[in-house]
Structure formats: C-alpha cells, structure tokens
Design a protein around this ligand. Structure first.
Ligand code: MG
Ligand code: ZN
Length: 220
C-alpha cells in the first residue's frame, strides 16, 4: 500500500508540472509533440528527414532525451534546427520537470512546434505527461508486428503511430498489415503513418504535412 501511495504522488506531482508546461505552450502557441518508441525504432532518423520539411513552414526546435550522450542532439543540429540534449543520467523516461526547466533554452515563446524525443523505451515514458498536445509512437517493423498488443500502454495513449523501416518487410519476417491490425485492436483511433525509404527517398506518409497543419492551427 505504501509503495502505491509513493507512486501516486510521483504521478500527481508530474501531472501538476505538466499542466504548467501546457499553459506555457498554450500562451506561446507552440504545438508540442512527445515522440516515443524503443531504442533503435528510428525516432532520430525520422526527425532528421522530416525536420527540413517542417522548418520550411514552421519555427521548430527539438529536445532530445537520452540516458547518456548528446549524439542525437548533434545529429539534429546538422539539419539546422535548434536541438537541446537532456541527459537523464540513468532515468529511463523524461518527466515534466526536466522539460519545464529547459524551456527557456529553446525560446519557447517564438516556437510553432516543439518536438520532444523521449528516452528510447516502450514502457514508462507513456506514464509521464510532459504537457504535450500530441503523442507519436515510433514503431519499426523489425521489432515485430505484435508489439502494440504486447506493450499496450504506449499505444493506448498514442494519437499517431509512425511505422518505420517498413521497407525491410522482406527480410525481417514481420508484416505491415498484421502490425496495423494489432494497433487497431489496442487503439482504433490512432492514425498510422508509414515512414520509410522507398526508391531511395524517405517517404513520411503525410506525417510532416499533418504536423504543419496542426501547428498552423495552434500558432498565434
Ligand atoms: Mg534517438
Ligand atoms: Zn522510466
């Protein structure tokens, strides 16, 4: 029982700070996306490819969450987009306090879109509201087409799901149709985008257009 109480208060505290973050984002008119998925799902690769498209229309910044290293922030910075690294030093998810503390560094009042790449982990990031408007889970086909049903919490609260590495279907024994069915059983409302290389080009299945539309609708 005592353990349950502690858990509850951690969650309640996080929710309170997430609401404060959300109020800051509401005032600034910035659309905020919490991007989650397993290590190696292709979250940073997806960002590298959609950021140039987004940056043509929007003032955008990225916060990278990792247990260690600033490798991903360096990769993002190469696209020309402002990238801030949060190294959690062991924590396996970002929380609302970590985000709130660093908002000054991304010039949040000037932003149209803030993309937060969570720590690679398909389990607990889903339990921590950061104050975001939109949750996108990145799921790669090589992880297996049954993952939505095996890790329901992440998908239950996803607004959108980016299905990546779908071009590897012939090599990994996983099926995109079965993956979509698994997702639909857990969350029929989640919109799926196929994000993968096709004939040498990275296709995002309309993901960047969707983000531009939502960010323009919230922009002040
Ligand atoms: Mg990454
Ligand atoms: Zn965690």
């Amino acid at each position: 029982m005592a353990e349950l109480d502690v858990k509850k208060s951690v969650k309640a505290q996080n929710d309170e700070i997430a609401e404060k973050n959300r109020e800051i984002f509401r005032k600034s008119g910035a659309l905020v996306v919490n991007l989650m998925g397993s290590p190696g799902a292709g979250k940073t690769t997806l960002l590298e490819h959609v950021l140039p498209r987004l940056a043509k229309k929007l003032n955008v910044a990225v916060i990278e969450g990792d247990v260690a290293t600033d490798n991903d922030a360096k990769r993002i910075a190469k696209t020309g987009v402002t990238a801030l690294q949060i190294e959690t030093g062991g924590a396996c998810h970002l929380d609302a306090t970590m985000i709130g503390k660093r908002l000054g560094e991304v010039n949040v009042e000037k932003l149209d879109l803030l993309l937060i790449e969570n720590v690679g982990n398909l389990v607990c990031p889903a339990g921590f509201d950061l104050g975001e408007d939109l949750r996108i889970v990145v799921l790669s086909l090589p992880e297996g087409d049954d993952k939505p049903e095996k890790y329901p919490a992440a998908f239950l609260r996803a607004d959108w799901v980016a299905l990546t590495k779908t071009d590897l279907a012939p090599y990994v024994g996983a099926d995109i149709g079965r993956m979509k069915e698994s997702l639909a059983r857990i969350n029929p409302m989640a919109k799926a985008f196929c994000c993968a290389f096709q004939k040498g080009e990275y296709e995002d299945g309309g993901l960047s257009d969707g983000l531009i539309r939502l960010a323009e609708a919230k922009r002040k």
